[in-house]
Design a protein around this ligand. Sequence first.
Ligand code: MN
Length: 163
Amino acid sequence: MSLKEYKAKRDFAQTSEPKEGNREPGRRKSQGLVYLIQEHHASRHHYDLRLEAKEDDEMVLKSWAIPKEPPLEEGIKRLAVQTEDHPLSYKDFKGTIPKGTYGAGTVKIWDRGTYLLIERDAAKWLVRIKGRKLKGMYALIKLRSKNPQDKNWLLFKHKENPG
Ligand code: MN
């Protein structure tokens, strides 16, 4: 996906969201991959799940918009609509996106931490999240659709032992 779509959607003269910033020279792998959820009071209130991953040779934040509170316990499934990849530096973004621009509204960090990738293919991610609110194994499963444009996934807390 790369960051083309992210950049195309935004006017960086107006928004204080980061334009670049995928290189973090001082960061070590052992610190874990970035996990965070931003709460976004946009025209529709939602939560943005972001997971650091490599895309076209750079690290980005793979992103999903979740209309309801992310599940803290097993047994709750949430729709998670995949959105454009965000630059890694977006992990620190909080503030207000100006009225009349893309994503207008306030953004705050709802949860953050690191995650371990257990399994990933085109239609499934299994991750172990170490956040303050979300802890443990989580699954993201892509919903099948006849329309390749559809980007609907389900997010839920998974049993500790996969398989
Ligand atoms: Mn959002």
